[in-house]
Design a protein. Structure first.
Length: 207
């Protein structure tokens, strides 16, 4: 077998085989075929931190996130956002929680992916991709005094979540009577809405 492969290679290289030399069998011809070139995985694009940095800076405005509003108020007191961190579609507004002690929450709510209820398994892939890409961007652009932690709740449909908070916020979470996550990235499945990947920025009034 080795002699046949070498003879076949000589035919290909020198083009001088005698008529009496038979061509190599088909399986040996396949062995002489050039190897396919395998593409290397593409490098991820560099992260543009400008949109995310603008949101973090807007936490400290007199009315949080007010500078990021775009146009007139939409439904209720919701505004479209002029910035789109992690390629999301965002709205800006405020809500007041239930109970006399509940504070007003200023927030920027972003939807990164929404699938509907059909093709749950198929749509789990782009939902995961959206979550991973948003986390990559947040991790790259996080302010120096901020930390991250796992925020998933296994007994619910929120199967992946990350909480981002400043050191002061993390301390207040352990001592305060009311606490709102400053930044939450979440991937969840809902029987009525399908897959949703969301990114929420929130600031309690007076904090």
């Amino acid at each position: 077998m080795r002699g046949l492969i070498v003879a076949g290679a000589a035919c290909l290289v020198l083009a001088a085989c005698s008529p009496e030399t038979p061509p190599p069998p088909a399986d040996e011809q396949a062995a002489l075929a050039p190897l396919a070139v395998v593409d290397e995985p593409a490098e991820p694009l560099p992260v543009d931190c400008a949109p995310i940095n603008a949101v973090f800076a807007a936490f400290d405005e007199p009315i949080p996130f007010a500078s990021l509003r775009s146009g007139e108020a939409q439904t209720g007191n919701r505004f479209a956002s002029a910035f789109s961190p992690a390629n999301a579609t965002c709205t800006i507004g405020e809500t007041t929680g239930d109970g006399p002690a509940a504070p007003t929450i200023h927030g920027m709510s972003c939807t990164l992916f929404s699938s509907g209820v059909l093709d749950r398994e198929k749509n789990a892939v782009p939902a995961k991709d959206a979550f991973v890409e948003a986390r990559r961007q947040l991790d790259a652009c996080l302010p120096a005094d901020w930390t991250m932690r796992d925020g998933a709740v296994p007994e619910t449909n929120t199967n992946e979540a990350m909480i981002y908070e400043s050191q002061a916020d993390a301390q207040r979470a352990m001592t305060g009577s009311f606490y709102t996550y400053p930044v939450q990235l979440k991937k969840a499945w809902g029987d009525q809405q399908g897959w949703r990947v969301t990114l929420d920025f929130q600031k309690e009034a007076g904090r």
